[in-house]
Design a protein around this ligand. Structure first.
Ligand SMILES: [Zn+2]
Length: 212
């Protein structure tokens, strides 16, 4: 029996996210939606529905534009993190979930030392990932990448994106294949993907996530 955790990044999207929610509801799966603040202001009702249906809402920066490895100033960090958290408001998970923007799935340097301090001071929980099947790049073929990828990881935390309608057409098939294998879907995160827990740094931060 394998545990798998699903997360959906870069939304909400008024068209795609509700379809993803329908599929997850039908299969009885709960996940986390890491939302982009500038999109949340446009499609808030979608995230309200996700929250009401038991999914967790996390912070995935305001602009989703520049990884912290490339821009490290305090104003940018505050704008990316705090503005989004404010907008999430009552929809926030009590652990203040945050996922950095890495740029095409890159984990290294997705944080910098200032961002780490800012997240620690704010009591955030920083969630990274260990499985990126690339649904954003290969809309029709990502399931064939995802299935073997997931099979090699003890407890995969899979990053998908509720923004590409075509890619999400294959979501139900992916979930069905996993459920046929006996997969148990967990909403909580594998410990080796938690870089900070309510402001407390974990060993994972030593592993190159933080740019110099
Ligand atoms: Zn993203």
């Amino acid at each position: 029996m394998q545990r798998v955790t699903l997360t959906f990044d870069n939304g909400p999207d008024a068209e795609v996210t509700p379809r993803v929610l329908d599929i997850l509801a039908r299969r009885g799966i709960r996940s986390t939606f890491f939302v982009v603040g500038s999109k949340l202001v446009i499609s808030r009702a979608t995230s309200e529905r996700a929250h009401a249906e038991g999914h967790w809402i996390g912070n995935h920066t305001w602009s989703h534009s520049i990884p912290f490895r490339d821009r490290g100033d305090v104003d940018f960090i505050q704008s990316e993190i705090d503005r989004t958290q404010q907008e999430i408001g009552m929809l926030a998970h009590p652990d203040r979930l945050f996922r950095p923007y890495g740029g095409k799935g890159r984990l290294d340097g997705s944080l910098n030392a200032r961002a780490v301090k800012h997240l620690a001071d704010g009591g955030y929980t920083c969630i990274v990932w260990n499985a990126v099947p690339g649904d954003f790049a290969n809309h029709d073929g990502w399931v064939e990448t995802a299935l073997p990828q997931v099979a090699t990881i003890d407890w995969p935390l899979v990053v998908l994106h509720d923004v590409h309608a075509r890619a999400m057409q294959h979501l139900d098939r992916f979930l069905g294949r996993l459920q046929d294998r006996g997969t148990v879907f967990e909403q909580k995160f594998p410990p080796n993907c938690v870089a900070m827990n309510r402001g407390r740094q974990t060993d994972l931060l030593e592993s190159g996530i933080v740019a110099n």
